[in-house]
Ligand binder design. Structure first.
Ligand code: BTN
Length: 224
């Protein structure tokens, strides 16, 4: 499988995920890529927005026809691989470096027909240029704007490897980068301490009563 071909690039677009969804519905092939220099209505998880100022970040959405249940986790891991050894994955797939979020992933699927994998990476972005509420947590890889395209090329190749390797390899690498291990976590229905990632990709959490629960990415929204 080849990720990134064909490719549709927009200088400015509302959301690359929206465009990739249209292409998926029209029958676009596995690996079709939509990229943009700037997004004016970028979408994040849980209905939030995502800011992509011109030419300092990766805004990319892939149409996938073959994928498994670990897709969002595999994608976060691939981004972390490219972001470097200091990068950690905050389950299920936010990528953080030194307490700041440098990348986000929005995976949207229509059954087993297609998935659109949207990836935003702050390659050269200056967090101070973002709206205050985002600037508080936003981080950057701190690379030059000329590195946006080479970083995307590296990401596609790493992603290809992470999407096709065995589950155990992905889960082992993810555990090595688990930002929540031993950390306090809160979600809609409770709180506890991160205790690893199980074989299904669920987040294990030790609860105050001494028991352990497994949180599934589709069902739970962390609030920290
Ligand atoms: C998040 O962490 O909330 C997910 C952010 C995902 C942003 C990317 S940028 C490319 C693609 N197009 C979008 O509109 N969103 C995703």
């Amino acid at each position: 499988m080849t990720l990134g071909q064909p490719r549709e690039h927009h200088e400015t677009i509302g959301s690359t995920n929206e465009r990739a969804r249209e292409l998926a519905e029209e029958g676009a092939a596995h690996g079709t890529l939509v990229t943009a220099g700037e997004q004016t209505a970028g979408r994040g998880r849980q209905g939030r927005g995502w800011v992509t100022p011109p030419n300092v970040a990766i805004a990319a959405s892939l149409v996938l026809r073959s994928y498994d249940d670990l897709l969002p986790l595999r994608a976060g891991l691939a981004v972390a691989d490219v972001a470097g050894p200091a990068a950690r994955v905050k389950w299920p797939n936010d990528v953080w470096i030194e307490g700041r979020k440098v990348a986000g992933i929005l995976a949207e699927a229509r059954g087993q027909d297609w998935a659109v994998l949207g990836i935003g990476v702050n390659v050269a972005l200056d967090p101070a240029s973002l709206p205050p509420e985002v600037a508080e947590i936003a981080g950057t890889l701190g690379r030059d704007p000329e590195q946006v395209e080479p970083t995307l090329v590296e990401l596609l190749s790493t992603l290809e490897q992470r999407l096709t390797e065995g589950r155990d390899a992905t889960l082992a690498a993810l555990r090595d980068r688990d930002a929540l291990l031993g950390q306090h976590v809160r979600w809609q229905d409770g709180e506890g301490t991160g205790a690893g990632i199980d074989q299904t990709g669920a987040l294990l959490v030790n609860l105050p009563d001494g028991s352990t629960t497994a949180l599934s990415a589709g069902e739970v929204t962390l609030s920290n």
